[in-house]
Ligand binder design. Structure first.
Ligand SMILES: Nc1nc2ncn(CCNC(CO)CO)c2c(=O)[nH]1
Length: 290
């Protein structure tokens, strides 16, 4: 039941974390599969394993360390989720997204969510990066939503708008940063959708998603963004395309694997670290209400 995520419960969780950190983090970063190395860019790290944090779930997926990493990035005190929670692990969506509410309670105003995803847009190749300009809440269509159940107004409104979920200024700045820093590889923007998993998609499902205008498919992020926007955080999110979704019935032996997903994350980690660092620097200089 959602009591495990009540405001009072999460206040206790926030208090525990605050007793281990010197100040309020203003930016929260979620590391996608195989992208935990983003947290290595932080200076003066403080690490709190999820299993030490009251009411926190624990990560059960390879490539997801399972700890909060606090530290300085571009002179900003930030918090990094090295490992996130997924519906396919058996956690309800509100539980997968509860770290976002805890981040809000400890001062986070900006969320940078990253994930690994399958490329549906036929222009995409492995290693490309897609800024998420919008999402389709596929699981929500079946009523599976982190915000369902009684609404506690202290988080946000009963019926939150989602037409401007992804901050256009940060998207535009991210594109400029990619060019200015001459980051390796290609940057796109597109529509992301989250399926429950743990299986990868069938050909028919991929064809349907393509018809629906989806550019990249994953198993995370949408519920975290819904929760972040509900409590009025500013959100930027991007996908690392870790495999190209094959949408034909030809007999090929190419099957997506989690190992392949993590390998691409390792190859692109250097570029993504710099990308996030520069985005945080922009937020610090232009968007933080100091
Ligand atoms: N076709 C396809 N390719 C993908 N690459 C990464 N992910 C995100 C899901 N990642 C899982 C399995 O690696 C671990 O959370 C996906 C996906 O959901 N579908």
């Amino acid at each position: 039941d959602q009591n495990g995520g009540s405001y009072e419960t999460l206040l206790q969780t926030a208090k525990y974390i605050q007793s281990h950190i010197p100040c309020e983090p203003k930016v929260g970063i979620i590391c996608g599969s195989g992208m935990g190395s983003l947290a290595e860019a932080l200076e003066n790290k403080i690490v709190i394993p999820y299993h030490d944090i009251p009411n926190f779930p624990v990560s059960t997926v390879e490539g997801h360390a399972g700890q909060l990493v606090f530290g300085t990035l571009s002179k900003v005190f930030v918090v990094c989720m090295q490992g996130r929670f997924h519906y396919y692990e058996g956690y309800p969506l509100w539980k997968c997204a509860m770290p976002i509410r805890v981040m809000k309670l400890i001062g986070v105003e900006f969320l940078i969510a990253t994930n690994a995803a399958g490329g549906i847009n036929t222009a995409f190749m492995e290693g490309d990066v897609m800024l998420i300009k919008d999402h389709i809440n596929m699981m929500g269509f079946a009523g599976n939503n982190p915000l369902q159940g009684p609404n506690d107004i202290r988080w946000g409104p009963r019926f939150p708008p989602m037409n401007k979920a992804y901050d256009t200024d940060l998207i535009n700045q991210a594109k400029q940063i990619w060019k200015q820093e001459e980051l390796k590889g290609r940057l796109f923007d597109g529509v992301y959708t989250c399926l429950g998993g743990p299986n990868f998609e069938t050909v028919a499902e991929l064809r349907m998603l393509k018809l629906l205008g989806v550019d990249a498919v994953g198993m995370s992020t949408v519920h975290e963004v819904l929760t972040a926007r509900h409590c009025d955080m500013t959100v930027l999110a991007f996908s690392l395309i870790t495999n190209v979704c094959l949408m034909d019935y030809h007999d090929h032996d190419n099957m997506p694997t989690h190992e392949e997903v993590m390998d691409v994350g390792k190859i692109r980690q250097g570029t993504l670290k710099l990308f996030v660092e520069k985005i945080v620097a922009y937020i610090a200089e232009n968007r933080l209400m100091t």
